[in-house]
Write a protein that binds this ligand. Structure first.
Ligand SMILES: [Zn+2]
Length: 476
């Protein structure tokens, strides 16, 4: 077996791995650019020859070549029987920390998870997101498998792009096709329902029918309930089914498909959930996960707020429907920092649940900077505040900038407090795209590389608190 050594001018990151008489390891050059070193048979890799070694840039092509040597590097579908957890990584640097957060827990990770919106804001592509996650997994030698989630897909074309990049999990967000019914009068609602292609079928199938959901829940569609569900979700269901069958043509060996309606105006009622799930099933769209819009304030980057008893009752209904219609996961979006909910979710679903996070990892990076590089943190905070009016538009948040102290009055040792406090935390959270697209983006990335160990330790600790809430400790 060959023992790999980094050529002059490069330093090794992590351990080397061996397969088929070749050795593989990650290195960085003096400018902190990362490469994969291959010594031995380098067939399928693209790079430059340096003596006995091939120096490969971290591209999707090379990630795929590496996954042919180490099959655990290829994203895979979520196995049944354990909770799953999505780690969005907007910087493309967090996967090693995410891997470490799983230590001791039996939770299936989705290390590559990004929406088109996030990619637009961060200037990344599905291919880059998957590439960063793959090399992060390789670096840690995590061989337990992971998934790749193309989040909040609005159209089939984007879903197909993600499929071609190698994603395995597709989150369909038919939100653009969800119709707001709150403003309709009873007459308007009735007219709108009767104009639907499926009006007759749905009347036959649902009207005044009672559905026994598990032992404790009886759901019945009265006229108004059915009209509301049909008008609100009718087009969204067709859209989701089209995306599903489009993907099925491209990926005949199967894929994970999630329906998310979490970004709608009003909470998803149990009746609406049941209706959407049954209609997708009736069309043969096999989804593995469904994200309702839960009750209460599910804001980005902070804990959930609202009436916990109401949340629990609502959650139990959604969980019972998921079990009864067909064993799909109940998915919690905007799942960052929802510490009061994880164990409730895991208990209600018997672990058949999924949580998505993204922003909280970016905030961990900022928290590390607040401790280690207060100058840069101040610049980022200042910039984020200035961009807030524009950035908050597409987010569900309640930050009030007037409650944030003037930054010049905050001493350096008070800066981490800004990452903690509700208002400033949300301001920092929503500005990620503006920050990463400005000259601060590069400064942030190189500053984090400088304090990489602290960054990964902080990620492992913070995401570990999330994972811990889902339970499922591994016992030796
Ligand atoms: Zn979502």
């Amino acid at each position: 077996m060959t023992i790999i050594s980094a050529p002059k001018g490069y330093r090794a990151i992590g351990q080397a791995s061996y397969a088929n008489d070749a050795a593989f390891s990650l290195v960085r050059d003096s400018e902190d650019r990362s490469f994969l070193l291959v010594q031995g048979d380098a067939k399928g890799f693209v790079g430059t020859l340096e003596g006995e070694i091939v120096l490969c840039p971290l591209t999707l092509e090379n990630a795929r070549a590496l996954a042919r040597q180490f099959p655990w590097l290829a994203p895979q579908r979520i196995p049944e029987g354990k909770p799953s957890f999505g780690f969005g990584d907007r910087l493309g640097m967090a996967t090693p920390g995410h891997v470490r957060s799983l230590t001791g827990y039996d939770v299936f990770p989705i290390f590559a998870q990004q929406s088109v919106r996030e990619n637009d804001r961060t200037g990344r592509s599905f291919a880059e997101v998957l590439t960063d996650a793959t090399f992060g997994v390789f670096r840690e030698g995590y061989d337990q498998g992971f998934g790749a989630d193309a989040d909040h897909l609005k159209n089939l074309k984007d879903a197909e792009d993600a499929a071609r990049a190698g994603f395995t999990f597709f989150t369909c967000d038919p939100g653009d096709h969800v119709q707001d019914v709150e403003t309709l009068s009873s007459d308007q609602l009735c007219t709108a329902f009767n104009a639907l292609e499926n009006a007759k079928t749905w009347q036959g199938q649902y009207l005044d029918r009672t559905f026994q959901i598990g032992d404790d829940l009886l759901l019945r569609f009265g006229e108004e309930d059915l009209y509301r569900a049909g008008v609100k979700y009718g087009r969204a269901i067709e859209h989701a089914a089209e995306m599903y069958f489009g993907l099925a043509r491209l990926l005949p060996d199967g894929f994970d498909f999630e329906i998310s309606v979490d970004e709608t105006e009003s909470p998803t009622t149990p009746l609406e959930h049941l209706f959407v799930a049954l209609e997708l099933r009736r069309r043969g769209a096999k989804f593995v996960s469904l994200a309702p819009r839960f009750v209460g304030a599910m804001e980005k980057g902070v804990d959930w707020r609202g009436d916990l008893d109401q949340f629990k009752a609502d959650l139990l209904s959604h969980a019972a429907i998921a079990r009864c219609v067909g064993g799909y996961r109940l998915s919690l979006h905007s799942g960052s920092d929802k510490f009061s909910l994880y164990s409730l979710l895991a208990d209600a679903t018997g672990g058949c649940c999924h949580v998505k996070t993204a922003g909280t990892s970016y905030l961990v990076a900022l928290d590390v900077l607040a401790h280690k590089d207060p100058g840069l943190f101040r610049d980022i905070a200042m910039f984020s505040l200035a961009a807030f009016a524009k950035d908050k538009a597409t987010y569900h948040i309640s930050a009030d900038v007037s409650r944030i102290p003037p930054l010049e009055s905050v001493a350096d040792d008070g800066l981490p407090g800004l990452v903690e406090a509700h208002d400033s935390r949300q301001v920092l959270h929503v500005a990620f795209g503006s920050v990463l697209n400005s000259s601060l983006g590069e400064r942030l990335v190189s500053a984090i590389l400088e304090v990489e160990d602290e960054h990964l330790i902080a990620l492992a600790a913070h995401l570990g608190r999330h994972i811990q809430g889902l339970g499922g400790e591994l016992h030796e």
